[in-house]
Design a protein around this ligand. Structure first.
Ligand code: PEP
Ligand code: MN
Length: 301
C-alpha cells in the first residue's frame, strides 16, 4: 500500500481523531455509538429514537437518500427527511450522520448533517470521493460489498488527498458464500486497519449480520477488537421499518446493548461516553403528515 501516502499509519505518527461537534469526537479514548433507523420515515419516529436513546447514543443516523436494490422500493424522504433530522438533532443536541449518494446532493446534505456517509455501493465512486475531499464535513466511508482492505484504504486516500482529512472507516461486512448472515463481519479487517492506517475505525454490525438477534454479540466483539465506534440500526417499532426491518433493534434492545458494552470497553482501555443531561420533553410534532412517505411509497418499500 505504498500509495496510501496520507492515510497510512506511518504518515501521521499518531492516531487521528474526527470531531462531529464540540462534544463528540471519534477516535479518542471514548467509544462513540451512532443509532437510528435505516430510513427516516417521520418526525415522530426520529424524535422517539432521540428521546429514548438520549443517554445511550452520541449521534443519530437515518438515511434520506436510500440505495435500494429495487427501483420500486422506497427511495427515501429526500429534503423533507433532512429537515426532520435537523429539527430532531437541534432539539436533542445529537449530531447527524446521513448518506450522500451523489455529488449533486452534497451541498444540501452538508448544510444540515454533521457527518456524510458514503455507502458500500459507492465506496469506489471516485468522482463522489473526490468531491467529498472538498467538503468541510467529516465523512464516514463504508467498506464496499466486496472490497479488499487495500481498495478500502485507497478509497479513503481519495478523500484525504483531495483535501478532507476527516475520514472515518466503517467495516460493515463483506459478501461470502454463506447467506445465513446478510454479510460476514470482517473483524480481521478491523485489526489490520488499526495497523495500516491512523484513521478512526467504526463497525456497523447491523448490515453485517442482517439479523437483530446477532447484533449485540458482534458489537461487543467489535469493541474488543479495537473499533472506535459503532453504527447500529434501531427503530421505535422494528417490525414496521420501511427498510432493513429484519436487522432493526428495538429502542430498549439498543439501550441494553450499549450498557453491555461498558465492561468490554474498559477491558481494552477505553470507555463509553458519559450520558448527556436529559433534553426537554418534546412538544407536538412540528412536521405535518404531508411530509411522511405516502401510503403508496410505503407499500412499494
Ligand atoms: C445504511 O447504512 O443504511 C446502508 C445502506 O449501509 P451500506 O451502504 O453499508 O449497505
Ligand atoms: Mn440499512
Amino acid at each position: 500500500m505504498k500509495d496510501a501516502k496520507l492515510v497510512s499509519k506511518q504518515s501521521a505518527g499518531h492516531k487521528s481523531t474526527v470531531r462531529l461537534n464540540d462534544r463528540v469526537t471519534i477516535g479518542d479514548r471514548e467509544i462513540i455509538i451512532v443509532g437510528g433507523p435505516c430510513t427516516v420515515e417521520s418526525h415522530e419516529q426520529m424524535d422517539a429514537v432521540a428521546t429514548q436513546l438520549q443517554s445511550s447514543i452520541q449521534a443519530l443516523r437515518g438515511g434520506v437518500y436510500k440505495p435500494r436494490t429495487s427501483p420500486y422500493a422506497f427511495q427515501g424522504m429526500g429534503v423533507n427527511g433532512l429537515d426532520i433530522l435537523s429539527t430532531v438533532s437541534q432539539r436533542h443536541d445529537l449530531p447527524i450522520v446521513t448518506e450522500v449518494m451523489a455529488i449533486h446532493q452534497i451541498e444540501e446534505i452538508a448544510a444540515q448533517a454533521h457527518m456524510l456517509q458514503v455507502g458500500s455501493r459507492n465506496m469506489q465512486n471516485f468522482d463522489l470521493l473526490k468531491a467529498l475531499g472538498e467538503v468541510d464535513k467529516p465523512v464516514l466511508l463504508k467498506r464496499g460489498l466486496a472490497a479488499t482492505i487495500e481498495e478500502f484504504v485507497m478509497a479513503a486516500e481519495y478523500i484525504v488527498s483531495h483535501g478532507n482529512p476527516n475520514v472515518v472507516l466503517c467495516e460493515r461486512g463483506i459478501r461470502s458464500f454463506d447467506n445465513y448472515t446478510r454479510n460476514v463481519l470482517d473483524l480481521g479487517a478491523v485489526a489490520a486497519l488499526r495497523q495500516i492506517t491512523h484513521l478512526p475505525i467504526m463497525v456497523d454490525p447491523s448490515h453485517a449480520a442482517g439479523k437483530s438477534e446477532l447484533i449485540a454479540d458482534l458489537s461487543r466483539a467489535a469493541i474488543a477488537c479495537g473499533a472506535d465506534g459503532l453504527i447500529i440500526e434501531c427503530h421505535p417499532e422494528p417490525e414496521k421499518s420501511v427498510s432493513d426491518a429484519r436487522q432493526a433493534l428495538s429502542l430498549a434492545e439498543m439501550a441494553a446493548l450499549v450498557t453491555s458494552l461498558k465492561p468490554i470497553a474498559q477491558a481494552v482501555g477505553r470507555d463509553l461516553c458519559p450520558p448527556m443531561a436529559p433534553a426537554q420533553p418534546s412538544s407536538s410534532p412540528r412536521h405535518p403528515a404531508a411530509e411522511k412517505p405516502s401510503e403508496k411509497q410505503l407499500v412499494a418499500a
